[in-house]
Design a protein around this ligand. Sequence first.
Ligand code: NAP
Length: 286
Amino acid sequence: MTVAQVIDGVALSKQLRQQISDRVSQLKQQGITPGLAVLLVGDNAASQVYVRNKIKACEDTGFKSVLEQYPATLTEAELLQRVQALNQDLSIHGILVQLPLPEHIDGQKVIEAISPAKDVDGFHVASAGALMVGQPGFWPCTPYGCMKMLESIGYALRGKHAVVIGRSNIVGKPMALMLLQQHATVTICHSATADLGHMTRQADVLIAAVGKQNLVTADMVKPGAVVIDVGMNRNAEGKLCGDVDYEGVKHVAGWITPVPGGVGPMTITMLLMNTLEAAEHELPHA
Ligand code: NAP
């Protein structure tokens, strides 16, 4: 029985982070240390893990990182003030506000307060607009990481049919736009899609970004397809798993990303890449 080739997000991240680290060293020689500020409000356990991983990745690649942790009682006005101060701080090139925020804070309002030049998460409406019209700007890290994974296997998207399951502003929609920019024919599926399997079976590239364990099963996949699993779920044993039934689908797909060890590490790598590029804009020729 044939088995799909694995697109290893850990190995690819390691390679890319080495390149990032080399570019950071070059920047430092020119007097610039890329700086990322991460703002965390409240005590969401998952957010604390994500933030810790981001800070560690910064340290490992030579970035300056600043973690600002606030209690859930922080007001929206206070958070906006912190964002404004970081917008002015010349040692900070990227600002990341960890989501979700407590209910009394309007997350979108806070994201819009970040200077687009420091919007390394790519969630600002200016970044979304730039992606929409094909202008330079920061791409959201998770779909950006998926594009890097496709690039790493030399996959030519022109003329291929890409199906994206999920239409969130941070994954599904930007993912679809990036694939479109590379000349794929794109279908976006969501919770109201009538016959999901009918759509996914047509996919040369299938991206699952939903948050439902085993949503994508072997019978829903075209033989030889590239399957990228963005989902992050916990199974009955509490283990991390994606949206794709990996054990079944690996016998049909041509390429597959595992969970863990697939898109997750790539997301952080692309955050580093965006922050590095924000810092490189300071160079005279940039
Ligand atoms: P989200 O905002 O909850 O969006 C989920 C999308 O899935 C929605 O568009 C929803 O459709 C669609 N959906 C729900 N049930 C469906 C079904 N039965 N069939 C087809 N579509 C369905 O989630 P998200 O923020 O995009 O994240 C998606 C997943 O990726 C989550 O598991 C998240 O944890 C994971 N994630 C991973 C990373 C990473 O670094 N690996 C980063 C970000 C997110 P409607 O729009 O119609 O509701």
